[in-house]
Ligand binder design. Structure first.
Ligand code: AGP
Length: 605
C-alpha cells in the first residue's frame, strides 16, 4: 500500500528519489518523505499530502547527498500527518516501510518500559526503535537487522540508512514486495520494477523473508535463516519514462480509451486470429480440470463473476468464486482436480496473495491472471495468465478489468474446446466474435457525449442503484464500485431480480437507477424490474442497444451501446459504466486518478 525507494548512488539523489516516488504514488499518497546521507550525516524531509508538497519543502531546503531513501504513504496506523510520514528516525536509524507490523503494540509497550519515546502513531517507528536498540547493544548492522526481523510479526518491505555507515543500505521483505536494482556503480531498492525503472532494468526480486545489504556495487542477499543466497537478476523493461496522460485530463480517461488496444493486446495472447483457435498457456489442460476456484478482490472479483458465467455456460465447468479476504476462512473442501485461479491487476494484493498461498498449501494447481507479469502472484503461481493492459495508473481499474474479462472469455472458449463442449465450428465462431470486441469497445466511445450530458444531474444524487441480469449483474456491481470510489456518491449494484426483495424500499425520485440491459433473453424481465422502479418514481438511466432502445418506455434516459453478441456484452457495456462514473467524478471536481482513502495496490490484509 505504500511505495519505497532506496538509492546508493554516485551522484545527488534527491531528485531521483522524488522521480521514483512519483512513479510509486499510485501505491499511496497520504504523505511522503526522503532521507539523504549528506556531509553532516542523515538529513530528512517529510510532508503530509502528495509528493508535490514534499517537493515544495525541498525547493526551500534541498538535501545534499548521494545515498538516500524515500517513501510515499497510504496510512494504516496513524493519520496522514507529517509526524506519521516516513522516513522514521530513531537514533542512528532512518527507515521506510511498506506493510503492517501486527505485533507493534506489544513491542511498543515493551520499548516504552525501557524508556523509549515515540514521536508518531505508526507501527513503522517501532521497527526503527528495535533496530536502533540492537545497534546500541553492539550488534553489527546485518546482525542487528536480522535480530530485528526475528521480532516482527506481519508484513514489511524495508529500506534502512544507518548513521556512520555512509555507503551501506539495508533492506528486507516479508509479505510486501521489494526489488534490488543493479546499476552502473550504483545500487537500488524499490517496491517494484517501476520504482527503479528510470535507473536500471537489471532487477532481482527478493523472496519472502530475504534481507539484503547493498553498497555501490554489490548486494549481499540472505534468506530468512540468515544464509547467503543469490536471486536471479532479470532484465525487466519497466518503462523508463513516466506513463504519460497524453492529451487526456486524467489517467483514468486515457485508460478508458486505451481499452480497444489493451483488450486486443490481451486477446492476442489467447486467440490465434488466423486459425481462429484458442491458445492455452503451457501447463493449463482444462481436460484435467474438474472445478475452478476463483479468488480476487474488488473489480478483479467482478471480472471473476463474469468469468463464472462464461466457464459454466460455455465449458460446463463448475466454478466457485470468493472475495479473497473471506476465502480462507470458509476453509472450502478441496475437490481433486480443482484449478485455483487468482485474478489481480497488481499481482500484489495481500488478501488475494494469501488466498493463492492457501490454495497452494492445499495442493491445488494455481494460476494467476495478472497484469504485472513479474509480480509476487505471477512468481508464486504454477501458471501465469497474463493480461496485457500495460501499466494502469488510475486507482479505479478500467482497462485492467476489461483485459481480465477478455482473457477469461478466451479461456472459457479454450476450456469448452478441451472439455468437448465447443465444436471446432463453434470455436471458430466464438473466437471471431471475441476478436470483434476491440472494435466494438471503440464504437462504444460514441456514447461519450450523451454520457457526459447526464453527469450534472447524476452528480447531485446521494444514492444511486445499478442493476442488471446475468453477467450484467456483475457489471452492475462494477459500475457501482466505479461511481462510489471516484465520486464518493453511495452506490450499490444488484441482480435486477433482487430489487423487489428489499432494496426497492430505497427507491424514490431522488434515487437514480442505472439499468444495464442489452436486448436478448433477459431483457423483458429486466424491463419488468425497471417498471417496478418507475412505478415508485425512481429516475432511470437505461443502458441498452438499439433494439432495447426501441422497446424502452417513455420518460427515461436511454444510452445506446453498439449492437453486440452476448459473449462480448460485458466488454462493450463496461465502457458506459466507466464513463458515467468518470464524468460524474469530474463534475464533482473529485480527484479522479487518486481518490481519497484509496491506493492502487492494497498490499495489506
Ligand atoms: C478497482 O477500481 C479498485 N481500485 C479495487 O477494487 C481493485 O480492483 C482491488 O483492490 C484489487 O486490486 P488488484 O486487481 O490489483 O488485486
Amino acid at each position: 500500500m505504500c511505495g519505497i525507494i532506496g538509492i546508493v548512488g554516485r551522484s545527488p539523489v534527491q531528485d531521483r528519489l522524488i522521480e521514483s516516488l512519483k512513479r510509486l504514488e499510485y501505491r499511496g499518497y497520504d504523505s511522503a518523505g526522503i532521507a539523504v546521507y549528506g556531509p553532516n550525516g542523515v538529513a530528512r524531509c517529510r510532508a503530509s499530502g502528495k509528493i508535490r508538497a514534499l517537493e515544495s519543502k525541498l525547493s526551500e531546503h534541498p538535501l545534499e547527498g548521494t545515498i538516500g531513501i524515500g517513501h510515499t504513504r497510504w496510512a494504516t496506523h496513524g493519520g496522514p500527518t507529517e509526524a506519521n510520514a516516513h522516513p522514521h528516525r530513531v537514533g542512528r536509524v532512518s527507515l521506510v516501510h511498506n506493510g503492517i507490523i501486527e505485533n507493534y503494540a506489544e513491542l511498543k509497550a515493551e520499548l516504552a518500559t525501557k524508556g523509549a519515546i515515540f514521536e508518531s502513531e505508526t507501527d513503522t517507528e517501532v521497527i526503527a526503535h528495535v533496530l536502533n536498540a540492537a545497534l546500541e547493544a553492539g550488534l553489527a548492522p546485518l546482525d542487528a537487522l536480522k535480530a530485528t526481523l526475528d521480532k516482527l510479526t506481519g508484513a514489511f518491505a524495508l529500506a534502512v540508512l544507518i548513521e556512520g555507515e555512509d555507503s551501506l543500505m539495508l533492506g528486507a521483505r516479508r509479505g510486501s514486495p521489494l526489488v534490488v536494482g543493479y546499476g552502473d556503480g550504483e545500487m537500488f531498492l524499490g517496491s517494484d520494477a517501476l520504482a527503479v525503472g528510470p535507473f536500471t532494468s537489471k532487477i532481482a526480486y527478493l523472496d519472502e523473508g530475504d534481507f539484503v545489504a547493498i553498497d555501490h556495487t554489490t548486494a549481499r542477499i540472505f534468506n530468512s535463516e540468515g544464509h547467503p543466497v543469490t536471486r536471479q537478476i532479470r532484465i525487466v523493461a519497466a518503462s523508463a519514462a513516466l506513463v504519460e496522460k497524453g492529451n487526456y485530463r486524467h489517467f483514468m480517461e486515457k485508460e478508458i480509451h486505451d481499452q480497444p488496444e489493451s483488450c486486443g493486446h490481451t486477446l492476442s495472447a489467447y486467440l490465434n486470429p488466423v486459425t481462429g483457435k484458442a491458445i492455452l498457456p503451457p501447463g493449463l489442460d482444462f481436460a484435467k480440470i474438474t472445478r475452478l476456484q476463483i479468488v480476487a478482490c474488488g473489480t478483479a472479483y467482478y471480472a471473476g463473476l463474469i468469468g463464472r458465467y462464461l466457464f459454466e455456460s460455455i465449458a460446463r465447468l463448475p466454478v466457485d468464486i470468493d472475495v479473497a479476504s473471506e476465502f480462507r476462512y470458509r476453509e472450502p473442501p478441496v475437490t481433486p482436480g480443482t484449478l485455483a485461479m487468482v485474478i489481480s491487476q497488481s499481482g500484489e494484493t495481500a488478501d488475494t496473495l494469501a488466498g493463492l498461498r492457501w490454495c497452494k498449501s492445499q495442493g491445488m494447481v494455481t494460476a494467476a491472471l495478472v497484469n504485472v507479469h513479474e509480480s509476487t502472484m505471477a512468481r508464486e503461481a504454477d501458471i501465469v495468465l497474463p493480461t496485457h493492459a500495460g501499466p494502469e495508473i488510475g486507482v479505479a481499474s478500467t482497462k485492467a478489468f476489461t483485459s481480465q474479462v477478455a482473457a477469461l472469455t478466451a479461456l472459457a472458449i479454450a476450456a469448452g474446446v478441451a472439455r468437448g463442449h465447443v465444436s471446432p465450428d463453434d470455436e471458430l465462431h466464438l473466437t471471431r466474435v471475441l476478436l470483434e470486441s476491440p472494435r466494438l469497445i471503440s464504437a462504444a466511445f460514441q456514447m461519450e457525449d450523451a454520457i457526459r450530458s447526464l453527469a450534472p444531474e447524476l452528480a447531485k444524487a446521494r444514492d444511486v442503484l445499478y442493476f442488471g441480469r446475468g453477467s450484467m449483474s456483475a457489471l452492475a456491481l462494477e459500475g457501482a464500485l466505479k461511481l462510489k470510489e471516484i465520486s464518493y456518491i453511495h452506490a450499490e449494484g444488484y441482480a435486477a431480480g433482487e430489487l423487489k426483495h428489499g432494496p426497492i424500499a430505497l427507491i424514490d425520485e431522488s434515487t437514480p437507477v442505472i439499468v444495464i440491459a442489452p436486448s436478448g433473453p433477459l431483457f423483458e424481465k429486466t424491463m419488468s424490474n425497471m417498471s417496478e422502479v418507475m412505478a415508485r418514481g425512481g429516475p432511470i438511466i437505461l443502458i441498452t442497444d438499439a433494439a432495447g432502445g426501441r422497446q424502452a418506455p417513455a420518460g427515461i434516459k436511454v444510452l445506446i451501446a453498439p449492437d453486440c453478441d452476448a459473449l462480448v456484452a460485458p466488454l462493450v457495456f463496461s465502457v458506459p459504466i466507466q464513463m458515467l462514473a468518470y464524468y460524474v467524478a469530474v463534475q464533482k471536481g473529485a480527484d479522479v486518478d487518486q481518490p481519497r482513502n484509496l491506493a492502487k495496490s492494497v498490499t495489506v490484509e
